[in-house]
Design a protein around this ligand. Structure first.
Ligand SMILES: *Cc1c(COP(=O)(O)O)cnc(C)c1O
Length: 460
């Protein structure tokens, strides 16, 4: 049979779509999607035949239907999927940062499934203010006079600067002009907020006199930013919070601190020495602090602005707040997370990020040994598996200098180099993300509570 004859024998898309076996596809995906898929399968087969490929085509409809079903199934898989984080970065920005406590998930589910009193006073039947859902808790936990919440910490800084310094100068030390993860650059945020950046001092040393000399009638505030993802070591100097706040007070301008992570409880017992709590920062004289909800706090993505009542009130009344506010599910999850902090022991136990940070190394090692056993069984002679002491990081700019002890499962494969092996693990379902360090592929186990979380991926 010539190619032309064969092409003529191809069934029409309409005929296949009318086939009884095709009806479940039409019902599940809808006629337009099923039609598109069938068209591309037939087109593909036509191309292959033109290239001389031998396609078996006796009663061809079921064959086309199977192909189209596979295509439709693949394209209907959710884009967002679970990833197993064995990278050794606990709060991983690219993987969605903090995991929510069960209580926070329940609250978000409630808010998503029902009408709620988001901005509604049930007693009076009047309009309320969404900040009130969490403000009292933040005030209790930080000692601030007032608080307001926006979409993330970048928005919090933006809104605070726009409110307090638009058209005027903000002083920042040259050592704090930070970039975080490529998309957050303090100078850019400042420019967009309409305030003028006045750089003070040098990269490694900034003195009180530098701030004093820089203050003019145009100065609206002093900003201090937590140098999240790096630290300047060696010949360095920075005035303390108390000194800066004293200077700001004497000039009658606010002192604003971008804390980044936002620890609500003392993080030193968890091995994070450099993270000041919000309460301490306010006590040392910050008028406003801003911090993220989904870093060390362990809640949903949010930016919290806390501090002086009058200043917070001005920030809250800024019309841009409307564009930066968070939704009901975020506020629900944030409220539930903050409630856990009312009993710090409960917070440590129930907030996954804090639990991960406080896990005992021996407990992690026990899980690592089980994971290693499963890897040995799976790979057999192909791989050499070892359990090794390792170091992991808090991530997302929290405590950049803290080495957190952890345990990794290291795998050397006879057929794949470390990067190929990392790729192989990433293509599992769910993907397992490890890291390659010192030419060795490792799975950090600090976030893994049960070996099944990893071995399930091997079974697919
Ligand atoms: C993470 C961070 C930010 C950005 O916070 P988002 O919540 O990601 O917007 C800003 N400043 C500092 C110091 C940070 O660590």
């Amino acid at each position: 049979m010539s190619i032309q004859d064969k092409l003529r024998k191809l069934p029409s898309v309409d005929k296949i779509l009318g086939h009884v076996d095709c009806q479940p596809l039409v019902a599940r995906y809808g006629r337009p999607k099923a039609l598109d898929a069938m068209r591309s399968v037939v087109d593909e087969v036509r191309e292959q035949m033109k290239n001389g490929d031998d396609i078996p085509l006796s009663d061809s409809s079921p064959w086309f239907i199977t192909k189209a079903a596979q295509m439709l199934e693949a394209s209907s898989r959710p884009n967002l999927k679970k990833v197993i984080n064995c990278t050794g970065v606990i709060i991983h920005t690219n993987m969605g940062r903090a995991l929510l406590a069960k209580e926070a998930i329940q609250a978000a589910t409630l808010a998503g499934s029902h009408n709620v009193n988001l901005e509604y006073k049930t007693d009076e039947g009047k309009r309320g203010e969404r900040d009130e859902l969490v403000e009292g808790l933040i005030v209790d936990l930080t000692g601030a006079q007032a608080a307001t919440v926006v979409n993330n910490n970048a928005a919090a800084i933006f809104l605070a600067l726009n409110t307090l310094s638009e058209g005027k100068e903000t002083l920042v030390s040259r050592g704090e002009l930070i970039e975080i993860g490529g998309s957050f650059r303090l100078p850019e945020i400042m420019a967009k907020s309409g305030c003028l950046l006045r750089e003070v001092g040098t990269t490694n040393r900034t003195h009180m006199a530098d701030y004093e000399d820089a203050i003019t009638g145009d100065t609206a505030l002093i900003l201090r930013a937590h140098t999240s993802n790096y630290s300047i070591v060696g010949f360095t100097s920075q005035p303390g919070y108390q000194e800066l706040s004293g200077l700001a007070r004497s000039k009658d301008i606010p002192f604003v601190v971008d804390l980044g992570s936002g620890a609500l409880i003392d993080m030193e017992p968890l091995g994070l020495k450099d993270e000041l709590t919000i309460r301490k920062t306010l006590r040392m004289g910050a008028d406003i602090v801003t911090f993220s909800g989904d870093k060390l706090l362990g809640g949903p993505q949010a930016g919290i602005i806390a501090g002086n009542g009058k200043l917070v009130d001005r920030i809250r009344k800024n019309h841009l707040k409307r564009a930066l506010r968070c939704d009901k599910m975020t506020l629900a999850a944030l409220e539930a997370t903050l409630r856990l902090y009312q009993n710090p022991e409960l917070a440590l136990r129930n907030i996954p990020t804090l639990r991960a940070l406080s896990r005992d190394v021996d407990e992690i090692r026990q899980v690592a040994v089980k994971v290693a056993g499963a890897m040995e069984t799976f790979f057999g002679k192909e791989a050499e598996v070892t359990v090794m002491d390792d170091i992991c990081r808090a991530g997302s700019g929290a405590a950049p200098r803290a080495d957190i002890p952890s345990v990794s499962v290291a795998i050397k494969h006879s057929q794949m180099n470390p990067n190929q092996l990392a790729g192989w693990f990433r293509r599992l379902s769910p993907p397992v993300a490890g890291r390659v360090e010192a030419d060795l592929f490792r799975l950090d186990i600090r976030l893994i509570e049960n070996k099944k979380e990893i071995t399930d991926s091997l079974a697919h």
